[in-house]
Design a protein around this ligand. Structure first.
Ligand code: URA
Length: 209
């Protein structure tokens, strides 16, 4: 069963409210998504391993901890996932970044992957998939399918808002994936938008509407 981790830190909740507000304009929206991703990355990376090294402080030699492997990959689901990448990279600059584009075929309603470029050593990396909205879960499942087919074993999913429908769908096909979100909303509407949500994350990030 998927573990769903709701990041309820007051700063995260405050910024989430600001991006939900329809009066928040594109520049501020983009900055807030960047800040939210940065704050959330702190929690998503809580389990990365440390190793002890020896350093010298101005006072004496000391053993101290550093992150042991720099083997993280951020996988952005196009296009809205792009808005979450820089916020994470500010915390983990050596992380590699992959991009996956998936759309839903209007006739078959099946997800179709139209673009995928991921780090060549993807199977050895700890993966954080980013997409602001976990709505139906179709894209998330297709993205995890792709990564697992390419050998990935350690995958986390990070979004800003999740719908119960998306959580259930991801759970059905990939119960091993931990979901990190700032909120679980009520439901999807008949157009597949999360209610109350924040509208179309891609349009709000890039000003396309
Ligand atoms: N994608 C979005 O951008 N918003 C939603 O509410 C659902 C999917």
């Amino acid at each position: 069963m998927n573990e769903v981790i709701i990041l309820d830190h007051p700063l995260i909740q405050h910024k989430l409210t600001m991006i939900r507000d329809k009066n928040t304009q594109v520049k501020e929206f983009r900055e807030l998504v960047d800040e939210l991703s940065n704050l959330m990355a702190y929690e998503v990376t809580r389990e990365i391993e440390l190793k002890e090294i020896e350093i010298e402080t101005p006072i004496r030699k000391a053993k101290s901890k550093v992150v042991s492997g720099k083997n993280i990959a951020i996988i952005a689901i196009l296009r809205a996932g792009l808005g979450m990448v820089d916020g994470i990279l500010k915390l983990i600059p050596p992380a590699k970044v992959g991009h996956i584009g998936i759309y839903r075929n209007p006739e078959t309603l099946k997800p179709v992957e139209y673009y995928a470029k991921v780090p060549s050593d993807i199977k050895n990396r700890k993966i954080i998939i980013v997409d602001p909205m976990l709505a139906t879960g179709g894209t998330a499942v297709a993205c995890v399918d792709y990564l697992k087919k390419n050998g990935s074993m350690d995958i986390k999913f990070m979004c800003l808002i999740a719908a119960p429908e998306g959580i259930n769908y991801l759970q059905k096909y990939h119960p091993d994936i931990k979901i990190y979100t700032a909120a679980v909303d009520e439901r999807l509407n008949s157009h597949g938008y999360i209610v109350p949500g924040l509208g179309d994350a891609g349009d709000r990030l890039f000003g396309t509407k």
